[in-house]
Design a protein around this ligand. Structure first.
Ligand code: SF4
Length: 397
């Protein structure tokens, strides 16, 4: 049997205590969380049994498990424990596997037990802080305030979490550069190992999008957003963080291994409603790789796992051009850049020769840097990552 590389597992818990007005994730507010989470746990256990019966997933090491959502800590700690134990007994989790759970600071008030989570084997926590300004948190429709963020963080530290990430959002209506810098400084003062910093996006159909359309709120102008982005890069790097992806910063060796796995186009198995999976090896009919998604609605997910074990809903067989496009787009998101050998193995042509006019022009503009086996964005290039990727893809031919 061909030796298979390691892979990552993502578990999607869709439950949230309230729907945030900017959110377009697959999240729901259950009227009966107690019953729904029991059914969800059973569905996941069926799905885990299904995939772990396949040698393709069973006979290889899983190096990262990520519980995301939704708000996974809206589940009872006992439910989380049952899911993690089922994963552990059905797959081969590597000894040093990164095991992350996302948490919402408000769940600190609802009894989330970080000490038990740590004892269960979770070794990385991603806290959805978003801001340290109560006014901004209210604008974002969050249920927590700045004090909850700090209590949540301190409680996690006391419980033994040595790898904590904070999520922050910038670009809310009327936010000033000074206010954003204050958020960054307060986050840094807590001394997390990792920060994910996202620009607020107005997703079509979300409440914030509708408020924007009716003129109730206004979006910040692009120049201010770009200045906020550049200030983030400057302030965080001055404080010892390395920007390793468009929106992600970490202390040395504290990058999210789970996300690096996505961007490097390694295999991952997504479990839970709407979760996505990817296999680079594909199969005989998909030599360039396979992507699939689970049924998104909880009810559809539950009935599919009940009947079939799997909730696979749609599958996409990748073409050669799609793979090359992905290698470029994902590569230019990260400091590791586009892996030239990976590209050339599929394209059967030299990357440097193929883009012999474009590369010097982008280097000249200080947007990319050329290494022996990669082409990576510069600090300035991160701001233009999408533009850069489009330039390369348009010249793919
Ligand atoms: S807590 Fe996160 S997943 Fe849940 S509604 Fe808010 S933004 Fe969406």
């Amino acid at each position: 049997m061909k030796e298979l590389s390691s892979f990552a597992i993502y578990v999607h818990s869709p439950f949230c205590l309230k729907k945030c007005p900017y959110c377009d994730f697959n999240s729901i507010v259950s009227n009966n969380l107690k019953t729904d989470q029991e059914k969800f746990q059973q569905g996941l256990q069926k799905e885990i049994a299904f995939y772990s019966s396949l040698p393709f997933w069973k006979e290889r090491a899983c190096t990262s498990v990520y519980f995301g959502g939704g708000t996974p800590t809206a589940l009872k700690t006992e439910t989380i424990a049952n899911i993690l134990m089922t994963l552990n007994s059905n797959f081969t989790l590597a000894n040093n596997a990164e095991i992350t759970i996302e948490t919402n600071p408000v769940t600190i008030n609802c009894g989330v037990d970080y000490q038990t989570l740590r004892a269960l084997g979770f070794n990385r926590l991603s806290i959805g802080a978003q801001s340290f300004s109560d006014k901004k948190l209210k604008q974002l429709g969050r249920l927590h305030n700045a004090t909850d963020v700090i209590s949540s963080y301190q409680s996690a530290r006391k419980s033994g979490f040595e790898n904590i990430s904070l999520d922050l959002i910038f670009g809310t209506s009327e936010e000033t550069l000074a206010q954003w810098k204050n958020d960054l400084i307060r986050a840094i003062s807590l001394q997390p190992e990792h920060l994910s910093v996202y620009q607020l996006t107005y997703e079509d159909g979300s409440d914030l999008y509708n408020q924007l359309k009716t003129g109730e709120i206004s979006a910040l102008d692009d120049d201010l957003l770009a200045t906020m982005y550049k200030s983030t890069q400057l302030i965080l790097t001055e404080h010892g963080f390395e920007q390793y992806e468009i929106s992600n910063y970490s202390l040395p060796d504290k990058e999210s291994r789970h996300n690096l796995n996505y961007w490097a186009r390694n295999d991952y198995l997504g479990l839970g409603p709407g979760a996505h999976s990817f296999s680079v090896n594909g199969n005989k009919t998909a030599p360039f790789g396979l992507r699939w998604a689970n049924a998104k609605l909880l009810s559809a997910y539950l009935s599919a796992t009940e009947k079939l074990g799997s909730a696979k809903f749609k599958e996409e067989v990748l073409s050669k051009t799609e793979v090359l496009t992905e290698i470029i787009f994902l590569g230019l998101r990260t400091i590791n850049g586009v892996n030239l050998s990976a590209f050339e193995k599929i394209a059967l042509t030299s990357f440097r020769q193929k883009f012999s006019t474009l590369i010097p022009s982008l280097v000249e503009q200080n947007l990319i840097v050329v290494h022996e086996n990669s082409i990576a964005p510069t600090t300035r290039g991160f701001l233009f990552a999408d533009y850069l990727a489009k330039e390369f893809v348009n010249s793919l031919g």
